[in-house]
Design a protein around this ligand. Structure first.
Ligand code: PLP
Length: 383
C-alpha cells in the first residue's frame, strides 16, 4: 500500500486489508503491527531526523515508522486513510487550510469551540465564509446544504453531548456534493465510524481517548479518499505540524486498550448518570444513554455505545465550582478521555450561550464505579 504524502510505501505493518471484517475492538489490538519475520510485535519509537537513502523513509518531517504504524491502525479502525498531526487542532487547521479559497463552510453551532474560533479566524480575512447551523434541526441542516462546500459536525458534542442525525445528514450531503467532516473525538472508532455513514473526513483529538492516559497531545484526520489524505500529509510536511515520535508511540500503545477503556467508561457513566438524575442538588443531567435524553434516539440509531462523558448541571456557577474543589478521588482538570476521571466546569474557560454556568462535565475513567459515586456524592453534599 502506498503511504500518504508521496513518501515511499512502508509495507511493513498489518494493514486494513489484513484487518478487514474484524470488529473495531479487535482492529484496535491487531492493526498497525510490524508484519515481518523477526520484527518486534509492537512498533518501537523511532527517533530519527533522517534515514539512510533508500525506498521507505527519508526525512523526519515527512515520514517516520512510528507515525506510520499509528496511521495504519487508525486507517483500519475508521476504514480510510489516516494522517497524524501534532494535535487535534493541528489536524483541524490542516483540513481548513486545504479548502480552496472562497469555500463555504457550514458548521454545527455546538462543534468544538476552538474549531469554531479557527473557522472564524479564517473567515475574517475572507479566505472562506462560515455559517453556523443548529445541528439538532435536521431540516435546517438539509436546507443549508446547497449553499455549503464543507459541513463540519461533532459525533457527540462537547460538552452538551448532543447527537445530530448524522445518518440522515451525511448521505444528504453526499448527494449535494458537499464534503463532510465529523469530529469523532468523544465517540471514538469503537462507538462510531463516520466514514461508514458517508462522511469524507473524521477528526480525532488523539489527546483524549486514543492516547487515553492524559500524557500526550496528538491529532489525526482519516480521509475517505486516499488522494485527500496524500494532500493533507504533503501539507503537514510543508507546515511542519508533524506529530512527535514519542506521542505517536504512546498513542499506539494506548490504542490497544481503547475498547476496554471506553466500554468500561461508558458503563460506569451510565450508572453515574442515573444516580445523578436522582440527586436533589442536580438540576439536569445530559447523557445520550439515558432514555429521556434528547440525544438518546439519534445516539441509539448511530452509535455502538453512548460514550464515557456525563454532563450535569447545578443551579449556579458557585455550587458547581465547589463540587470541583471538593472532589477527592476525581480530579478537577480541563480535559477528557483518560483512564482517570476528571471533572470540569466548562464555563470556567469561555462564555458560550449553549453552556450553562453551572454545567459540570465528567469524563468517566476506569476506577471502580462505587468509589466514584461516593466521591461525587460527598462533593455534592458539601457544595
Ligand atoms: N475536538 C474535540 C471534540 C475536543 O474536545 C478537542 C480538545 O479538547 C479538540 C478537538 C482539539 O484537540 P487537541 O486538544 O488535541 O488539539
Amino acid at each position: 500500500m502506498r503511504k500518504v504524502g508521496g513518501v515511499a510505501s512502508p509495507d511493513v505493518y498489518r494493514d486494513r486489508q489484513a484487518a478487514a471484517g474484524l470488529h473495531p475492538s479487535t482492529q484496535a489490538v491487531v492493526a498497525g503491527r510490524p508484519d515481518a519475520a523477526g520484527a518486534p510485535l509492537n512498533q518501537p519509537p523511532v527517533f530519527a531526523t533522517a534515514f539512510g537513502a533508500g525506498e521507505t523513509w527519508d526525512y523526519g518531517r515527512r515520514s517516520n515508522p512510528t507515525w506510520s504504524a499509528l496511521e495504519e491502525a487508525l486507517s483500519a479502525l475508521d476504514g480510510g486513510s489516516a494522517v497524524a498531526f501534532a494535535s487535534g487542532m493541528a489536524a483541524a487547521t490542516a483540513l481548513v487550510d486545504d479548502l480552496p479559497h472562497g469555500s463555504r463552510v457550514l458548521v454545527a453551532a455546538d462543534a468544538y469551540v476552538e474549531v469554531r474560533w479557527l473557522l472564524g479566524a479564517r473567515a475574517t480575512p475572507g479566505r472562506i465564509s462560515v455559517a453556523e447551523v443548529d445541528p439538532l434541526d435536521t431540516e435546517a441542516v438539509l436546507a443549508a446544504l446547497p449553499d455549503a462546500d464543507l459541513l463540519w459536525m461533532d459525533a457527540i458534542a462537547n460538552p452538551m453531548l448532543d447527537v445530530a442525525a448524522l445518518d440522515v445528514i451525511l448521505p444528504a450531503a453526499r448527494r449535494h456534493g458537499v464534503l463532510t467532516t465529523v469530529d469523532a473525538t468523544l465517540a471514538t472508532p469503537i462507538f462510531l465510524r463516520p466514514l461508514e455513514l458517508g462522511a469524507d473526513f473524521v477528526l480525532h483529538s488523539a489527546t483524549k481517548y486514543i492516547g487515553g492516559h492524559s500524557d500526550l497531545v496528538l491529532g489525526a484526520l482519516v480521509a475517505r479518499d486516499p488522494r485527500a489524505a496524500a494532500r493533507l500529509a504533503a501539507g503537514r510536511s510543508a507546515s511542519g505540524a508533524v506529530p512527535g515520535t514519542m506521542e505517536t508511540w504512546l498513542a499506539l500503545r494506548g490504542l490497544r486498550t481503547l475498547a476496554l477503556r471506553v466500554e468500561r467508561g461508558a458503563q460506569t457513566a451510565a450508572g453515574l448518570a442515573r444516580r445523578l438524575q436522582a440527586h436533589p442538588r442536580v438540576s439536569s443531567v445530559r447523557y445520550p444513554g439515558l432514555s429521556g435524553d434528547r440525544a438518546h434516539e439519534a445516539a441509539s440509531r448511530q452509535l455502538d455505545g453512548y460514550g464515557a462523558v456525563v454532563s450535569f448541571e447545578l443551579d449556579g456557577a458557585e455550587g458547581a465550582a465547589r463540587v470541583c474543589e471538593r472532589v477527592a478521588l476525581i480530579t478537577h482538570a480541563g480535559s477528557l478521555g483518560g483512564v482517570e476521571t476528571l471533572i470540569e466546569r466548562q464555563a470556567r474557560w469561555h462564555e458560550d450561550p449553549r453552556v450553562p454556568p453551572g454545567l459540570l462535565r465528567l469524563s468517566v475513567g476506569c476506577e471502580d464505579p462505587e468509589d466514584l459515586w461516593r466521591d461525587l456524592e460527598a462533593a455534592l453534599a458539601l457544595a
